[in-house]
Design a protein around this ligand. Structure first.
Ligand code: SF4
Ligand code: F3S
Ligand code: FES
Length: 247
């Protein structure tokens, strides 16, 4: 095996540049392994966030050759090594240092989510749910909060000014998870339409393409949410029907 060159963005909020690091290729590695070898060798001060190295903590998000991906789940043998592999921080969020970004925008959006408001219990004090209704939201619970979908969505990636009123795909699936909960009675339609900006999404599906958990963000969350918001504005009976029938 030969050598591999990683072209890594180095810098902070005041600016930076790409720096090349060449290390020997090692069979079976993922991008994060190579970053760790660079930290252990030529660049001990290289900042990078990671925790599990198993695709489950959502910490090691970055842009690899221009595509938002998890560094720990991107195998080196899937990347062309004739040219340097370009490793950059997520562009949508402010830089802290090197590959580490400040993702607190997402926590601000999370705090604005109206929580589950369960209907009254049965006369015997219990809640009963059909298994089929419970399963409807399971797909959305797979989210590892890597924020790659938020990073790729052009509504905030290319328009910083949209951030205060756009929740983004990660939170549209959370809204849908709550909306499809069989006990929920909360009405989030106005919030979604006015302050969470569901209308700004033009269904490009880039979020679905980058999701490492394979969540069908656009088809299973955003499009149904858009339908509910439209029903709420123009056909409240249909909205009520959906809520009662859980469709
Ligand atoms: Fe990551 Fe997918 Fe969750 Fe978005 S929906 S934060 S891409 S796991
Ligand atoms: Fe953005 Fe996904 Fe819509 S990438 S535009 S939220 S389909
Ligand atoms: Fe946890 Fe990559 S280190 S997802």
């Amino acid at each position: 095996m030969g050598d591999v060159t990683m072209r890594i963005w180095r810098g902070d909020q005041n600016g930076g540049q790409f720096v090349d690091y060449t290390v020997p290729e090692v069979e079976g590695e993922v991008v994060l392994d190579v970053v760790h070898r660079i930290q252990a060798g030529p660049a001990p001060d290289l900042a990078c966030r990671w925790n599990c190295k198993a695709g489950k903590c959502g910490s090691c998000s970055a842009e690899i050759n221009g595509k938002p991906r998890l560094m720990c789940m991107t195998r080196m043998d899937q990347l062309p090594t004739e040219e340097p592999i370009v490793l950059a921080p997520m562009r949508t969020f402010p830089i802290i240092r090197d590959l580490v970004t400040d993702v607190s925008f997402n926590y601000v959006m999370a705090r604005q989510l109206p929580p589950l408001k369960p209907r009254d219990p049965e006369p015997d004090g219990t809640y009963r749910m059909q298994q089929v209704d419970v399963e409807r939201g399971q797909e959305f619970r797979k989210c590892i909060e890597c924020f790659l979908c938020q990073d790729v969505c052009h509504v905030i990636r290319d328009h910083e000014e949209n951030k205060p009123h756009y929740a983004g795909p990660r939170f549209f699936i959370r809204y849908m998870e709550l909306e499809s909960h069989p006990l929920d009675t909360n009405d989030r339609r106005e919030l979604l339409r006015q302050r969470m900006g569901i209308g700004l999404c033009n269904i490009t599906k880039c979020c679905t393409e980058v999701c490492p958990e394979g969540i069908k963000i656009t088809d299973n969350a955003i499009i149904p949410l858009k339908e509910r918001v439209v029903d709420g504005a123009y056909d409240p009976i249909a909205w009520l029907g959906r809520k009662i029938l859980r469709r």
